[in-house]
Design a binder for this molecule. Structure first.
Ligand SMILES: [Zn+2]
Ligand SMILES: [Zn+2]
Length: 376
């Protein structure tokens, strides 16, 4: 979107809020550092408030309410509603309706933060310019009408946001001996930093990074952004499998939101965590990889093409066998009997061999495809 369009469609309240708050945060931080020394308790207050509000957005607003990736009890929902409001990113209701529209109409004119209107627009430009609300937007939030916490938070959003986002940290700061420190580190500075952390998911996560699962939309996986956004950076995976409670699916993927949800499940605060079956994930990856090399394949002569296709079939079969065995292994592991324990040892060996076979065919397929002579 062009500068003159922003001027024409400017929405004054969010514009003033989003421009004044960073300036106010910088001014108050300077004042604080002029008057006092930076101390560890206030750095910790920043980290604690940043984490609580950020995860209320990622685990609450996003994965719980927007996508229903799991269910949570009233205690956890109330926590997310209170600390999510303190992030000053609108109510659960409005945030989730926008986000559902984003997923449903990604990259089109109906996408509230479409990257096709520019990086700045997707980051924050969409909030400072007046938008036409689609006629059917209400239908996207119909299920919330039964959720008392969502409706209560929507009704009193501004009061809750101010109380939780500014008053509470100032009060904690006062108890710690410095009310200004509380307001700066737990309130204003924390809110501004979190704003841009969250906005990066709509902008940078649709611009920089890899597309291992699909290129049918602009969403990207970006590990650096996953670090900055409590795991939301695996956005290519997320756009394809939005109801999965995880965004980083491997155990080593940096996704603190997934760990928090899992932990809340162990504590009995949440249930019915949804996971995408491994077969679907691997099929999407493999389909994407094949489509990426389709052009190279078409440039090979007939006999090389046949060789590649033959290897492709072998990858398919080996992959299916590995995933089948993995499923069997999981089932057996859950039984916990003496017989199942013995069978598990055998199965673990078989699983190792099947994995090696699959990876080896995949490696050969990539090798042949990259080294085969191409036709002019
Ligand atoms: Zn997105
Ligand atoms: Zn989402």
């Amino acid at each position: 979107m062009k500068f003159k369009d922003y001027v024409k469609n400017l929405d004054p309240v969010p514009f003033v809020f989003l421009t004044i708050t960073p300036l106010a945060a910088a001014a108050l931080l300077s004042l604080y550092l002029y008057l006092y020394d930076l101390s560890w308790p206030f750095v910790l207050l920043f980290v604690a408030f940043y984490s609580a509000t950020a995860m209320s957005i990622t685990a609450g607003y996003h994965r719980l309410w927007s996508h229903k990736a799991y269910e949570a009890g009233p205690l956890l929902r109330l926590f997310y509603a209170l600390f999510g409001a303190a992030a000053f990113q609108n109510s659960i209701y409005k945030w989730s309706v926008d986000h559902r529209l984003h997923h449903r109409h990604v990259d089109t004119d109906l996408d509230p933060y479409s990257i096709n209107k520019g990086l700045f627009y997707a980051h924050m430009g969409w909030m400072i310019s007046k938008q036409e609300i689609p006629d059917n937007a209400k239908a996207y939030g119909r299920d919330f009408e039964k959720d008392k916490i969502v409706m209560w938070q929507d009704k009193h959003y501004v009061a809750i946001a101010i109380a939780m986002g500014f008053c509470l940290p100032t009060l904690i700061g006062f108890v710690m001996g410095n009310a200004l420190g509380g307001l700066v580190f737990g309130g204003l500075l924390r809110m501004v930093a979190l704003h841009h952390g969250t906005f990066l998911i709509n902008s940078a996560c649709h611009f920089w990074g890899a597309q291992p699962y699909t290129n049918k939309n602009t969403a990207r996986d970006n590990i650096v952004l996953a670090f900055l956004t409590f795991g939301e950076g695996y956005h290519n995976f997320h756009h394809l499998f939005a109801t999965d409670y995880r965004n980083g699916i491997r155990w080593y993927h940096w996704d603190p939101t997934k760990w928090l949800i899992k932990m809340s499940n162990w504590l009995g605060l949440s249930q019915n965590l949804k996971r995408t079956p491994e077969i679907k994930i691997q099929t999407a990856r493999w389909t994407r990889e094949q489509s990426r090399f389709q052009q190279s394949l078409e440039k090979l002569n007939h006999s090389w093409q046949l060789r590649v296709r033959e290897l492709q079939t072998k990858v398919d079969t080996a992959q299916a066998r590995f995933l089948e065995l993995k499923q069997e292994y999981k089932k057996l592991k859950a039984q916990k009997t003496e017989a199942s324990r013995r069978k598990l040892i055998e199965l673990r060996m078989e699983l190792k061999i099947a994995k090696q076979e699959w990876k080896s065919y995949l490696y050969q397929w990539r090798l042949v495809l990259s080294q085969a002579p191409q036709m002019a």
